[in-house]
Design a protein around this ligand. Structure first.
Ligand SMILES: Cc1cc2nc3c(=O)[nH]c(=O)nc-3n(C[C@H](O)[C@H](O)[C@H](O)COP(=O)(O)OP(=O)(O)OC[C@H]3O[C@@H](n4cnc5c(N)ncnc54)[C@H](O)[C@@H]3O)c2cc1C
Length: 505
């Protein structure tokens, strides 16, 4: 252990006294509010707080990312949503604009001098697919807003190690700055308020794939769609091959689209075996008002949640519901879905007619390697028939989210910070996204994003979900005197500043 590092006493104490930190030689900086993460969740909160009158000097964003969009941009790019592709959100879900107006469609119409995006939002979803912005537009607009609110002055780079309660109120957040950037290995921020938005705890692999990867030390042929796997498409361009795709969500549909685009563009002979665990044959749901379209294995839905979960009836019902009713409602709307987009449907229709796309409902029992190095997927279907599929690659499009204890800061919070897991295995939070059990004598620890799933709001892991959390947190902070309330007058005057791209003081 070196001077300025965590001592065994600090590591083992759940509540730290000022003297304990000082005696370890760790520099302590006072900052009223820190947001841990520095992705879109942190960005949205500091944006709302800046609009609510908080000075940039009163907040720090602690992050290992250079920009708020870095992780999102990386995950969208590797999962086949590069800058020019359209994402899943609607026109008004703008992380850079809490008013949602002008929407992305209006902005695109203006920038491209085209009426097409406007016509699309006017006729969606009956005569056109829902409008979605291009991925590049999201990053462009977040960058513009980050410049406007002075985000870069608030950003402190480094890896957050833990957040511990402070004796006397508030918290200590331990940051490991990039190596060589300071005199000590760690610094500590002492604050009254902490916000956690650390995104997904990590990648989650299917058990059989994980087991195979570990057993064989295999990282090349068996890939997760959320890790870089461009080599798969490169190889298929050089040599015809078979790919097993697993999953039925938006990422599976994008990966299929990429494989089909490459077949068409380069005249490839790629064969696709698409494994569905649950094969949807048609519309499904309990009654007329809660039905989802489906077919060919897929469940169709425009957004990750029904639209009313973001800001309508379902959101209100959910907020008021008892835990039992919430669990029931969540069960009804849960499930893997993908938007039914016209171009992709046409491609899939052609694929089904060809002899190179094979949709199969089956449960995978194990993966093995054939003597020639190819992969063999052993499956069992509903009628217990066993089948084997030999392939050159397997792309797992089933999941992104690992369990909460896999994230060091969240794990520490459960062990030392008083936080409690809810039934979904995420953090229990109150109506203002305050982490229950983690209060510290007037200090409050808030959280937003994936870590808060399974509470009073369904759509936590979305742009609109981030904004809902940010607005609720800002309301609570206004009540506590940290910022001004966002009443009609302030809101209109701030919107005008946003429109004029006026830099906030
Ligand atoms: C492929 C994909 C497409 C999506 N498309 C849409 C869409 O179209 N519409 C929509 O509404 N939502 C979409 N989402 C969801 C949306 O991206 C998330 O809701 C949002 O990014 C979550 O923000 P966050 O801040 O919680 O996490 P992130 O944006 O992931 O940021 C978390 C940050 O915390 C940092 N971090 C973690 N631990 C530490 C630590 N210990 N120390 C320092 N830094 C740390 C990470 O490096 C990361 O930068 C999509 C998600 C994915 C993966």
């Amino acid at each position: 252990m070196s001077w300025g590092d965590l001592t065994p006493e600090l590591l083992h104490s759940s509540v730290w006294a000022d003297g304990l930190v000082e005696s370890a030689g760790i520099p302590v900086y006072d900052m009223p509010l820190v947001s841990v993460g520095g992705g879109l969740g942190s960005f949205t909160l500091v944006d709302v707080l800046r609009v609510s009158g908080v000075a940039a000097s009163a907040m720090r964003v602690l992050s290992n990312s250079d920009s708020p969009w870095q992780t999102w941009e990386y995950l969208t790019r590797v999962s086949q949503l590069p800058a020019h592709e359209r994402i899943r959100s609607d026109s008004g879900a703008r992380p850079d604009n809490i008013w949602g107006f002008p929407s992305y469609a209006v902005q695109e119409a203006w920038q491209e001098r085209s009426l097409k995006p406007l016509l699309q939002v006017l006729t969606e979803p009956l005569m056109a697919d829902f409008y979605s912005p291009k991925s590049a537009m999201v990053t462009w607009s977040v960058r513009r807003e980050a410049d406007r609110i002075g985000y870069w002055e608030m950003l402190a780079k480094g890896q957050v190690r833990m957040v511990r309660k402070r004796l006397g109120g508030g918290y200590f957040t331990v940051l490991t700055p990039p190596s060589g950037s300071g005199p000590t290995k760690r610094v500590v921020l002492r604050s009254r308020y902490v916000h956690l938005a650390v995104g997904y705890p990590g990648l989650k692999f299917l058990d059989d794939l994980q087991e195979f990867r570990q057993r064989q030390g295999e990282r090349y042929r068996v890939v997760n769609a959320y890790e870089p796997h461009e080599h798969v498409y490169d190889q298929l361009r050089k040599r015809p091959g078979v790919v097993v795709v697993r999953g039925a969500g938006i990422v599976a549909s994008r990966v299929l689209q990429r494989l089909m685009d490459d077949r068409e563009r380069y005249g490839l002979q790629t064969q696709i075996v698409h494994l569905f665990r649950t094969y949807v044959t048609g519309a499904h749901g309990p009654h007329l008002f809660m039905r989802r379209k489906g077919g060919g294995g897929w469940a169709y839905q425009a957004f990750t949640m029904p639209k009313s979960a973001f800001g309508g009836q379902l959101k209100a019902q959910f907020r008021k519901a008892s835990p039992e009713r919430r669990a029931r409602l969540a069960g009804l709307v849960a499930g893997t879905t993908t938007p039914k987009l016209a171009r992709w449907q046409e491609q899939l229709h052609r694929a089904r007619q060809g002899s190179w796309y094979h949709a199969v409902q089956a449960v995978v029992e194990r993966i093995d390697q054939a003597p020639d190095g190819r992969l063999v997927t052993y499956t069992r279907s509903a009628n217990s028939a066993g089948m084997q599929y030999a392939s050159d690659f397997i792309i797992d499009c089933t999941g992104l989210e690992a369990d909460m204890p896999e994230h060091r800061v969240l794990d520490d919070l459960l062990k030392h910070g008083g936080a409690r897991p809810n039934k979904a295995g995420r953090l229990q939070v109150g109506p203002h996204f305050e982490v229950l059990g983690a209060e510290s004598d007037g200090g409050v620890l808030y959280a937003s994003g994936a870590a808060t799933a399974g509470n009073h709001f369904l759509a936590v892991d979305s742009f609109l979900g981030m904004q809902t959390a940010a607005l609720d947190i800002a309301d609570d902070l206004a009540r506590r005197g940290f910022c001004k309330g966002l009443g009609p007058f302030r809101s209109v005057s701030q919107w005008l500043k946003w429109v004029a791209n006026r830099r906030l003081a």
